[in-house]
Design a binder for this molecule. Structure first.
Ligand code: FES
Length: 169
């Protein structure tokens, strides 16, 4: 077998990316559940964290996910106008557009981060989104913080959270 030339693009066709899905309980998590219960196939690359509302997603959750080994992150919530807390996903929409710009600034390709609105009845759409994100992240290979310019300039999650917020009494 001929060894790969050092300047060749790595072939990541066998790479199985780890995708973290941060899903709102009321819609997107229920959509994921529906996909599962109706046996809609989607890649097993997704690990799910359930939040009460997409408005709960702190930008630090996304950075922490990349810091801790996620290759891609999906944030999903109710469609605009359907948030069970009235405006949570409007905040999410604004906040996540800033996160996208932040990730771009630090050198994380935009394919690694997606935001979607998925209702409880959209199991098939949810499965399709997961398939798409896996296929977009796969050719990029594993995420390594040292490959993203400026990633090390970001505050660590621990330094960005006030100490009293993490102290347990
Ligand atoms: Fe789903 Fe707010 S409850 S986005």
């Amino acid at each position: 077998m001929i060894p790969a030339m050092p300047d060749q693009e790595p072939n990541n066709s066998d790479f199985n990316p780890k995708i973290l899905g941060i899903l709102c309980y009321w819609c997107s998590y229920a959509g994921a559940d529906l996909a599962g219960s109706s046996r809609t196939q989607y890649p097993a690359n997704l690990r799910v964290v359930r939040v009460p509302c997409s408005g709960r997603v702190d930008p630090l959750f996304v950075l922490r996910a990349f810091e801790r080994g996620a290759d891609g992150v999906l944030v999903a919530g109710c469609h605009p106008g359907d948030c069970h807390y009235a405006k949570g996903n409007y905040y999410t929409r604004r906040r996540m557009s800033l996160v996208k710009r932040l990730l771009q600034y630090v050198g994380i390709p935009e394919e690694r981060f997606r935001v979607h609105w998925v209702s409880a009845s959209e199991g098939k759409d949810f499965a399709k989104i997961v398939g798409e994100i896996v296929e977009e992240v796969r050719p990029l290979g594993p995420f390594r913080p040292e490959l993203a310019q400026r990633f090390e300039d970001l505050p660590t999650v621990e330094s960005a959270v006030p100490e009293e917020a993490v102290q347990h009494s």
